[in-house]
Ligand binder design. Structure first.
Ligand code: ATP
Ligand code: MG
Length: 353
């Protein structure tokens, strides 16, 4: 039994007066102590005689008993002045101190292959010898665990002084972090804005990234509140925009671009990645079919004055390797090499900013 497993169980304990947010997210879990069969959880309250204290103590104990057969559960309380500590989130940026460049991978529209590009770009940068991490910021539909074959793994988490530190998983030479390692898939879908934002920032700010040349952030689709909050609170170096060549996707690119270019943000955009630029059937590797139109990405890049960083073909191998958890960028097939080329261009663009 580990502390982070207990933490996961406590997601079940909702605070009835706080929009049913759970006690973990509200920062109420002050301490977890495990001693063989005994588990002790300390809940932090901001005032004495909280009218809901008894209720929350009871439901915390019930959650432990429900999840751990035969547990000897103890729930203690401590009073903490909320005004001295941000609720549920440690906003310190120490964990990013060794990270040289933080790059958001964004798109205006969902389903254009943003996660595929982010994961493969990370693997390709590692192939080029860079130290790389990737944070999956798509709290509503995390795809990194599946795409990297790390589903079901549980990152180590421990307490250091008064903060919680999460260790990233390592595979294919890249450090990975995703909310998918902690939340049940159906749970994230019902998270409301602030909770999703907090969870997301924890996946970036409380992770012991160590020394990295690049930390890529697979941004959630769209351009909503989460994005604005993320771009404000995380010291991004800049962004990469992913699009497919169709006209509709290109119209959405504009939203993605504007997200980083507005006056209060002003982050550089290193370039556009045109995904599914053409289709190549496995049996005819020399053929290119421009099923979504030709040069859409190049035209859009020109329109916005950003470089076209790379073009990735639509090939069955990319989809299959995503499903199998073995990123295409590991292979020496043409699609694998396309990602390595792209990674090289990105590193160069970042160097030149
Ligand atoms: N170049 C490609 N060739 C073949 N399949 C691809 C390619 N790019 C993405 N896919 C497939 O398309 C699907 C969607 O890709 P992905 O999940 O990366 O998109 P996304 O933009 O991150 O989506 P979301 O908006 O849901 O986060 C996946 O099944 C992926 O394997
Ligand atoms: Mg995605």
């Amino acid at each position: 039994m580990k502390e982070n497993e207990i933490m996961k169980m406590l997601y079940d304990v909702q605070h009835p007066a706080k929009g049913d947010r759970n006690i973990v997210e509200l920062g109420m879990v002050d301490k977890i102590e495990i001693d063989g069969n005994r588990v002790s959880v300390t809940l932090a309250f901001s005032k004495h005689r909280d009218p809901l204290a008894e209720y929350l103590i009871g439901s915390t104990r019930a959650a432990l008993v429900r999840h751990i057969p035969g547990v000897e559960a103890e729930v203690k309380t401590v009073i903490k002045d909320e005004s001295k500590k941000p609720v549920g989130l440690n906003l310190g940026l120490e964990e990013l101190a060794g990270v040289r460049h933080i790059i958001g991978v964004a798109s205006g529209k969902g389903g254009v292959g943003k996660s595929t590009v982010a994961v493969n770009m990370a693997v390709a940068l590692a192939r080029l010898g860079y130290k790389v991490g990737l944070a999956d910021a798509d709290v509503y539909g995390p795809s990194v665990p599946k795409m990297t074959g790390t589903e079901g793994e549980m990152p180590e988490a421990y307490r250091e002084g008064d903060k919680e530190v999460i260790m990233p998983l390592e595979k294919y030479g890249v450090k990975w972090m995703s909310i998918g390692y902690f939340a049940k898939p159906e749970q994230a879908l019902i998270w409301r804005g602030p909770m999703a934002c907090n969870a997301l920032k924890q996946m970036i700010l409380q992770v012991r990234w160590g020394e990295l040349d690049f930390l890529l952030i697979d941004m959630p689709p769209g351009t909503g509140d989460i994005h604005i909050s993320l771009v404000h609170d995380i010291p991004l170096t800049g962004a990469v925009i992913v699009s497919t060549p169709q006209a509709v996707a290109l119209a959405d690119v504009e939203k993605g671009v504007n997200m980083f270019r507005n006056d209060s943000i002003r982050k550089p955009i290193f370039g556009l990645v045109e995904n599914m630029a053409w289709f190549t059937p496995a049996e005819l590797p020399e053929n290119k079919y421009y099923i979504f139109g030709k040069d859409g990405g190049a035209k859009m890049a020109e329109k916005y004055g950003i470089p076209l960083l790379g073009q990735i073909p639509l090939v069955q191998g990319i989809r299959e390797s995503g499903d199998d958890g073995e990123p295409a960028a590991l292979s020496s097939r043409p699609d694998g090499e396309a990602f390595v080329l792209l990674a090289g261009k990105l590193a160069e663009a970042v160097r030149n900013v």
